[in-house]
Design a binder for this molecule. Structure first.
Ligand SMILES: C[S@@+](CC[C@H](N)C(=O)[O-])C[C@H]1O[C@@H](n2cnc3c(N)ncnc32)[C@H](O)[C@@H]1O
Length: 293
């Protein structure tokens, strides 16, 4: 092999190695920074509830009569912890959680299984000292699992009924599914989701959300809304090109949502239960509005 050609292949090898190294570093930093254009954070409840809080503070202001014996829908349920907590605490007839992210729906089913095994373990002490993980592997009950289960309090009023008969989850982009409604609901909740819908699909997406909710509710049905304030849009509008562009054109700021829902969408009444929410982590003190159709 001529000398310069040998040099060339050595240089190529070196360059290839450098490129691989660079790619590896890039992949690592991508892994570190989770990109969640829809607010579809994997560890949302870790940020929101934290380790020391036993119960999501929002549950303290929710009223039993909104959920007990009712068919409910949770739009943007993330990993399902709030959905499961509502089902257990308030004895829903049924509750369906929908989320745009299939991974969060998988997490939600994993949380149900975990919850059921924890209940089993409570009923038969010592039975579930080892639990099956999502991938079929056995995990010790000690450690992280126990920590995560603190998020689901054990005050179960629907004990007689299997949780899986009450709670279900489904991957769905609520704004863009066009199917005619197969089912109507007594109560629909939409907690900390409006900002993400607003940023991704603009004012039109927001109106679609509100109109669809109204159509899906039975007369007299309840819509529980926790909108993020306008100020918090600043933190997320750069998450994609679409959100950047939409952000500039948004006209219906969250402070007008109440009027929009009453005057344009057609809800009859609104109750603001915000003042009684206490114990929220910083950044999560958001209004909670309850509309009746
Ligand atoms: C910030 S989390 C709120 C989780 C939960 N509702 C709560 O407050 O405890 C927002 C969730 O809305 C979901 N989401 C955003 N856009 C959606 C859409 N168009 N359809 C269904 N889910 C959506 C995201 O995937 C994410 O899990």
């Amino acid at each position: 092999m001529p000398e310069d050609s040998a040099m060339c292949s050595k240089q190529k090898e070196k360059k290839g190695g450098e490129e691989r190294e660079q790619q590896h570093v890039q992949n690592k930093s991508k892994k570190r920074k989770e990109i969640c254009p829809y607010g579809n954070y994997k560890h949302y409840y870790g940020y929101r509830i934290g380790q020391e809080l036993e119960e999501d503070p929002r549950l303290k202001v929710f009223k039993k009569e909104w959920f007990q014996g009712k068919d409910c829908l949770d739009i943007g349920c993330n990993s399902g912890i709030m959905t499961i907590q509502i089902a257990k605490k308030f004895c829903c007839q049924s509750i369906l959680g929908v989320d745009i992210d299939a991974n969060r729906i998988q997490d939600a089913y994993w949380h149900i299984r975990k919850f059921l095994k924890m209940e089993d373990a409570r009923k038969v002490p010592g039975k579930a000292s080892k639990l099956e993980g999502a991938n079929g592997s056995e995990r010790s009950i000690k450690g992280s699992l126990k920590e995560e289960m603190k998020e689901i309090p054990m005050n179960c009023c629907a004990e007689e009924k299997n949780l899986l008969d009450i709670v279900s989850f489904q991957k769905e982009d609520f704004v863009n599914t066009r199917d005619p409604p197969k089912k109507h609901y007594d109560t629909i909740i939409c907690l900390s989701v409006t900002k993400w819908i607003h940023l991704n699909w603009g004012d039109d997406g927001l109106i679609t959300l509100f109109t669809k909710v109204w159509r899906l509710l039975h007369p007299g049905g309840i819509f529980v809304l926790e909108p993020q304030p306008w100020k918090s849009y600043e933190n997320n509008y750069k998450v994609s090109e679409t959100t950047r562009t939409n952000y500039k054109n948004l006209k219906f700021h969250p402070e007008y949502f109440q009027d929009l829902l009453l005057d344009k969408i057609g809800f009859k009444t609104v109750e603001n239960v915000t003042s009684s929410v206490s114990g929220s982590k910083t950044g999560f003190n958001r209004p909670i509005l309850v509309f009746r159709k």
